[in-house]
Design a protein around this ligand. Structure first.
Ligand code: SAH
Ligand code: SF4
Length: 351
């Protein structure tokens, strides 16, 4: 873990092995560490069932404080809620809760969580990119968004089981803290979120993708592409200058080959910019030899960028061209547009 944790330590910053080590250093067995883990993740952080001496020491030297919401907005259709959460140092991050009906007809929810306050990558159309980098989130600050979202589900709901790391920030720029957080989310004695229900979205940080492949991380990977030629991509996504498409696609192919699973490619459709038949053909060719699924998202307009969302006809034509290359694609709805639910937009509006 790269983050230095000041006193008092926040127990949500620790993965299970680190928590066991800490308690072992205090003279407690792994059995007690297991009890603490259950208290944190299955009993809403209630430590009172632990041995009184352990509970007392934890209360004196550690905290289980979660962020508090400073804004809570519901979309007009009631399907999307967006929270602006205040962290211990006053920084704010966004968490979005999206309700949908599962294939079995059961109501479910997906939480979209942040990994950084701000972002260093500077994608031109993104509200988080427009605000610049503030700091990495700690593992606990990432996990806390899921705990928070769970508490906000309607009474009687199943606990959250779908998580997308698609909020503020670039997760592979905060690799270690993000992986500790994901390990905590997946831990089968805690929140037990299935790896196939966790999607990490990256702007295309090549060394991070290679590391994910080598470490055999089991969750799903999405890569934000937005341009199928270097010139088009560099105009929208500054890191594309550091990692040209040839390098990015080589890393993606390596990932697919090592992990044996497809990659989702995200494409924000901007009218007259990257919604053209030329870009669709270039994308079809680019992804021709890779196991891929394309998610098309019409642009959510932001304060700092003049582009407009692609029109319905352009979206349909784009999708038809991809289909001609046997490239499956889905058009994602722009959810919660009336509550600034696009990445970084609420914090930008509040500051
Ligand atoms: N940094 C990561 C994850 C956070 S952004 C990444 O870039 O993938 C999550 C997704 O939202 C990305 O695909 C990003 O391109 C997209 N996005 C950001 N701002 C948007 C906007 N204004 N309209 C539509 N999509 C946007
Ligand atoms: Fe950062 Fe992703 Fe926004 Fe780009 S799209 S600025 S990588 S959060």
């Amino acid at each position: 873990m790269t983050t230095t944790i000041s006193t008092p330590v926040n127990l949500y910053d620790y993965g299970r092995p680190a928590l066991e080590d800490m308690l072992a250093g205090w003279g407690y067995s792994s059995y007690h560490a297991g009890q603490l883990w259950t208290a944190l993740y299955r009993r809403q952080g209630d430590l009172t069932d632990l041995r009184p001496d352990l509970c007392g020491r934890l209360q004196a030297e550690a905290t289980t404080a979660l962020p508090t919401a400073v804004a809570d907005l519901a979309s007009s259709d009631g399907q999307t809620r967006k929270f602006l959460l205040r962290l211990a140092d006053g920084q704010t991050v966004e968490t979005v809760l999206m309700h949908f009906e599962g294939r079995d007809g059961v109501p479910r929810a997906t939480a979209c969580i942040s990994t950084q306050a701000g972002c260093a990558m500077g994608c031109v159309f993104c509200a988080t990119g427009q605000m610049g980098f503030v700091r990495h989130l700690t593992p606990g600050e990432i996990v806390a968004q899921v705990l928070f979202a769970n508490r906000e589900l309607p009474a009687g709901s199943e606990p959250l089981r779908n998580i997308v790391l698609m909020g503020m920030g670039e997760p592979l720029h905060n690799y270690d803290n993000t992986m500790t957080a994901v390990d905590i989310l997946m831990d089968h004695k805690g929140l037990a979120i299935a790896p196939k229900h966790i999607t990490l979205s990256t702007v295309g940080v090549v060394p991070g993708i290679v590391r994910l492949a080598d470490e055999a991380r089991p969750f799903r990977l999405a890569v934000s592409l937005h341009g199928a030629t270097d010139a088009e991509r560099q105009a929208l996504v500054p890191p594309a200058r550091r990692w040209p498409l040839a390098e990015l696609m080589a890393a993606c192919r390596y990932y697919v080959q090592k992990r044996g699973r497809r990659i989702f490619f995200e494409w924000t459709l901007i009218a007259g910019q990257n919604d053209t038949p030329e870009q669709a053909h270039a994308l079809g060719r680019l992804l021709g030899d890779i196991s891929a699924h394309v998610n098309l998202i019409p642009l959510n307009p932001t304060m700092g960028y003049g582009g407009r969302p692609a029109r319905g006809t352009a979206v349909r034509q784009f999708q038809e061209i991809l289909a001609a290359y046997n490239l499956p694609s889905t058009v994602r709805q722009r959810r919660g547009i009336d509550i600034a639910a696009g990445c970084g937009q609420l914090r930008a509006a509040k500051s």
